[in-house]
Design a protein around this ligand. Sequence first.
Ligand code: DC
Length: 221
Amino acid sequence: MGFIVALDGPAGSGKGTVTKKVAEKLNLVNIDTGAMYRCVALDCLNKNIDSTEIEKIKEVLENIEIELKNQNGNQVVLLNGKDVTKEIRTTEVDSCVAKFAAIKEVRDRVTPLQRKMGEKNDIIMEGRDIGTVVFPNANIKIFLDCSVEERARRRYKQNIEKGIQTTYEEVLTLIKERNELETKREIAPLKKTDDAIYIDSTNMTIEEVTEKIVKEIEKVR
Ligand code: DC
């Protein structure tokens, strides 16, 4: 096994950006596991399969090939050999991925792929269940939290910048719903373990969070 940093936290906590920056500073391979659940959702969407059609989903899982490649610090996502790095970020995928990620068969297929990625490289892996399920023996675990209001503010700002018309209240409602789904689901819910370092990013800049995580990793590496 390589050196493993497990980073969990809710959407909008700044996980993605911070993981990339920490990886650059410490020469770690950064892995965004949400991309893998997005691949499953996209493959099913393309085949008109709904998240309730378990038998059809099982068939998809038997044949699915998901590959995460690191190109100059950026993660490139291949689904059945095709580059879907952008396609997995559409609102269609956004709105159904949590339902696919809550399915046991989906997680059973994806988790071993994630474990394999830690075999040869020193990695920082971000997701929801990395410290609890994927790498319970990680060298260091970080739980990056943020208030729902601040997460909604960040998402609302991004939407405005992208020209997406929403109100802050709508975004807040969606974030709260997603939070419920992710923290209350039966399998691999988002949860801080006792041995994880807790960081609340609500009133911190990306740089401050990056700095704090780099320092914590340097203490044990
Ligand atoms: O981080 P993200 O928004 O790209 O994640 C996409 C979905 O996958 C989201 O519903 C949470 C889920 N997910 C998960 O259940 N476990 C992980 N390790 C990573 C993501």
